[in-house]
Design a protein around this ligand. Structure first.
Ligand code: UFG
Length: 327
């Protein structure tokens, strides 16, 4: 296909990988980012427009200038703990900002939308692996904010003909294999970067949040998916929408669960060092097991992860960490 795609949050972790994948597939990614969390050096594959998703006038200007064929919407706040402490921040940005974006799309007749959703929409799942048909019952404001947007997308499809791919990420991880982009959150809350920082001594020992879960080794099980595989799925979603695909949710995970202890084992294999850690209490709101059933994305998008075995995820993250550590 090809054409211009507006990428909100394109200066962020997953968004920058999305831009790179778009560029490699022959699209021009135009980044729209307010740089609250984004990194200017991650904007490399197309023009940059500064702006906030809640700023209708600015969005109008950018849509007028670039005339995108589609929008990929990565811009959002994503810290679960912060969303509990400050829900207004999450509803204002994640829901209010997306509403302004959708209204701008309707006004400019842009009718393809790829949305960064999350496994946090499922809350505590009834069954694992999780299929997209399971009920969504989020257990924190972050998950609620994403669920609300999913509802808006169904309504905007009915009223304005905007079709959306709702990409429910499991645990995004890893860095670009060629080392040009990686994960750099502030504050960092994610397991793999914290484990690598503990290995290098950049941070103190990792606290392992609970080893008394009803799982094989007592630690939480997650479905880690390489950020490059996530990016590929987004490009495939554009093809799906261009072919007339209707609004639909897609789980993006591998279908294989990995425990916290297995991550620490992988970090040891990859780096050659044990991860200094202490076992602490459970973190509030952590479900014991979250694993995707990714069959729908495989069947309907033709997607299959290529970088998501756990040692590849950790090795790419480690290469990025070392590179970043050296400036
Ligand atoms: N963990 C630790 N110690 C740490 C950090 C994490 O033991 O210092 C554990 C957590 O308890 C969890 C696992 O490592 O069991 C993974 O934790 P992350 O914080 O890396 O990821 P989460 O599974 O909590 O979060 C991810 C996304 C969220 C999303 C959530 C639910 O980052 O955006 O999945 O889908 F909301």
């Amino acid at each position: 296909m090809g054409g211009t795609v507006l990428v909100t949050g394109g200066a962020g972790y997953v968004g920058a990988h999305g831009c790179k994948a778009l560029s490699q597939a022959g699209y021009l990614p135009v980044v729209y980012d307010n740089f609250v969390h984004g990194h200017e050096e991650a904007v490399r594959w197309g023009p940059l427009e500064r702006g906030d998703t809640a700023d209708r006038a600015r969005l109008d200007e950018v849509f007028e200038r670039h005339r995108p064929v589609a929008v990929m919407h990565f811009a959002a706040f994503t810290a679960v703990g912060e969303s509990v402490a400050d829900p207004g921040k999450y509803y204002r940005n994640n829901v209010g900002g997306t509403l302004a974006l959708l209204e701008t799309m309707a006004a400019h007749k842009v009718r393809r939308f790829v949305f960064s959703s999350t496994a946090a929409t499922y809350g505590l799942p009834d069954q694992v692996p999780i299929t997209e048909d399971q009920p969504t019952r989020p257990i924190n404001p972050y998950g609620h904010s994403k669920q609300m947007v999913e509802q808006m997308l169904l309504d905007f499809e009915a009223a304005h003909g905007i079709s959306s791919a709702m990409m429910r990420y499991f645990n995004a991880a890893g860095a670009s294999p060629d080392g040009d982009i990686g994960e750099d959150h502030d504050p960092e809350t994610h397991l793999i970067p914290l484990a690598l920082d503990a290995v290098t001594g950049r941070r103190p020992a990792l606290t392992l949040f609970g080893d008394d879960y009803p799982t094989p080794d007592g630690t939480c099980v997650r479905d880690y998916i390489h950020v490059g595989d996530l990016a590929d799925a987004h490009v495939l979603a554009l093809d799906y929408l261009a072919a007339g695909g209707a609004t639909r949710a897609f789980n993006l995970g591998t279908g294989t669960g990995v425990s916290v202890r297995e991550i620490l084992e992988s970090v040891r294999r990859v780096t050659g060092h044990e991860v200094p850690h202490v076992v602490g209490p459970r973190r509030a709101g952590d479900p014991p097991v979250l694993v995707a059933d990714p069959s729908r994305a495989r069947a309907e998008l033709g997607w299959s992860p290529r970088l998501s075995d756990i040692d590849t995820i950790v090795a790419t993250a480690w290469a990025w960490h070392q590179r970043r550590g050296n400036g």
